[in-house]
Design a protein around this ligand. Structure first.
Ligand code: ZN
Length: 164
């Protein structure tokens, strides 16, 4: 079965910047599952996955525009520590370079700590991978037809997807 709109795709990936060590490796955890054709995946990756099938392995290098976007200037903000997502509720020692999630009007998003104070932290709201050219080593694990319910919800249900 070929990857196209309304197929549920499961894949493993290794992510690196060209010429650097691996930044993320899904083989250490669960593969990624997404519904093809519904903007649930990086645009460049979705384009590269189209037409592939289970068992296919390939490498694709994406410029920032097709991955996590270009870096925006003036994107530092001071955030109250109480807006940092901290499910365990433990005291966290914030340090520059640390990636944290903050609650925003658009929901939680990942930001990078620039400077840490007692009650506030200064963060860069660019995605941690913004501005980077990224190489993905992809292994397609599974391709299946989405259910009518998944298509109407525009996301995957079950393993790796939404449970509701
Ligand atoms: Zn749903």
């Amino acid at each position: 079965m070929l990857i196209e709109t309304n197929k549920v795709v499961t894949f493993h990936y290794r992510l690196s910047e060209p010429g650097t060590e691996v930044l993320e490796d899904s083989h250490q955890g669960n593969p990624v599952v997404y519904l093809h054709g519904h903007h649930g995946m990086l645009p460049g990756l979705e384009d590269a996955l189209a037409g592939k099938q289970a068992g296919d392995k390939f490498t694709v290098t994406l410029p920032p525009e097709q991955a996590y976007g270009v870096r925006r200037e003036n994107s530092q903000q001071r955030v109250s520590i109480k807006h940092v997502v901290n499910p365990a509720g433990r005291k966290i020692a914030y340090k520059p370079g640390m990636v944290v999630q903050v609650n925003t009007n658009d929901g939680p998003r990942e930001v990078v700590v620039v400077k840490a104070g007692l009650k506030t932290i200064d963060v860069d709201t660019n995605h941690p991978l913004a501005g980077k050219t990224l190489t993905f080593e992809i292994e397609v694990v599974d391709v299946r037809a989405a259910s009518a319910e998944e298509i109407s919800h525009r996301h995957v249900h079950g393993d790796g997807g939404h449970h509701h």
